[in-house]
Ligand binder design. Sequence first.
Ligand SMILES: [Zn+2]
Length: 94
Amino acid sequence: MALIEDVIDVLFKHKEGLTAREICQALGLEPSRENEVYSAIMRAAKVLRRKGFELVMIPPQCKKCGFSFDKLKVSRCPKCKSEWIEPARFLIRS
Ligand SMILES: [Zn+2]
């Protein structure tokens, strides 16, 4: 539960949005806990909705061809096969 609150807190402080990795860094978590952060983000979205806020996901995008993904986590672009991917960003909107 505490991780969700930390994630919400850090997202409120970074209105421009953060990636899961940046949230890890901001909270001083090991990068290996990125998956935990992803699930905390998903649960945080529900908590925020009840409070009248919206957690917005800017989908991952291929930095080579600009392809925009509809999935949360991707490692490879289906269009150009590049692995140079800009990860999803999350931000809170009221
Ligand atoms: Zn691509």
